[in-house]
Design a binder for this molecule. Structure first.
Ligand SMILES: [Zn+2]
Ligand SMILES: [Zn+2]
Length: 277
């Protein structure tokens, strides 16, 4: 059974010089599928993500990261025209069968790289798109839990669900997310010695709702902490959580494969038979 890294940013400039090696190391480590995220490096960093997904035969998601919610504009006057054109581009990309979600999208009130009202606007616009194109969503939420939940609740009946990625909330927060029918994705932070709350959350999240991700190039798990992250390191997250949950890595792989199928509505053979050698 394979490992799956459900969230990373292969279009990041950090991989420009050695992406082939990075992907090869992941495969050699037993990683059988990746979901690369076309959001987080400017409002329209789509083409590179689609090319990478096609080249390596992996899945991708497109969205507008909360950091880019102002769409890089200095004046709000242009916002409406610009968001419309971005939504259209994402909609067009949906004809590619490798596109499996809208994301990452959400709210980030920790960094506040974009004004909060624009973050909410852009988030809502992308949720509407997800409802229209019938794709699940990948949610980024930092220091914004209640606002994120309020916005999702208002459209919950119309969207397919999805995942809260790089989850950093409390057990109470996790319960709310699970009650809404969402999956919870655990990133490498869980392996940090001081991440006691996150370890409690990882223990709490049921086996039929858990996903794992590197969020590479950021946040390498122990023992790679401080270095550039890469998909091969997802193995360390599986290993750590299998200890927490007192089950074998093989059992955990099986659960995650099923969860990826359920969360993103993809068939087992489409997950396992791709990812070119
Ligand atoms: Zn994120
Ligand atoms: Zn990310």
């Amino acid at each position: 059974m394979v490992f799956i890294d459900t969230h990373l940013h292969l279009a990041s400039p950090d991989y420009r010089n050695d992406i082939v090696d990075v992907v090869k190391r992941a495969r050699d480590a037993g990683v059988g599928q990746l979901i690369t995220i076309g959001s987080g490096y400017g409002a329209e960093n789509f083409d590179e993500t689609i090319q990478i997904a096609d080249r390596f035969d992996i899945f991708f998601a497109l969205g507008v990261h909360p950091h880019d919610a102002d769409l890089g504009l200095s004046s709000c006057n242009e916002y409406n025209a610009r968001i419309d054109s971005i939504l259209k581009r994402i909609k067009c990309a949906k004809s590619n069968p490798k596109m499996i979600a809208i994301g990452e999208i959400g709210l980030d009130f920790y960094y506040n790289h974009s004004p909060r009202d624009l973050q909410k606007n852009t988030f809502s616009a992308l949720l509407e798109l997800a409802s229209e194109v019938r794709l699940p969503v990948i949610i980024h939420s930092r220091d914004s839990f209640n606002d994120t939940i309020d916005i999702i609740r208002s459209v919950r009946q119309r969207i397919k669900g999805g995942v809260f990625h790089c989850f950093s909330g409390t057990i109470e927060n996790a319960r709310v997310v699970l009650d809404m029918g969402f999956f919870i994705s655990i990133a490498g932070i869980v392996t940090f010695k001081k991440a006691v709350e996150m370890q409690r959350v990882a223990t709490y999240v049921p086996l039929d709702r858990i996903l794992f991700e590197t969020d590479a190039p950021f946040l390498s798990p122990v023992p790679y902490r401080g270095r550039r992250n890469e998909p091969a390191y997802v193995v360390e997250i599986y290993r750590f959580v299998s200890d927490l949950k007192r089950i074998t890595i093989e059992e955990l792989k099986e659960c995650v494969l099923n969860n990826v199928m359920n969360c993103f509505c993809i068939r087992k053979e489409d997950i396992l038979d791709t990812f070119k050698r």
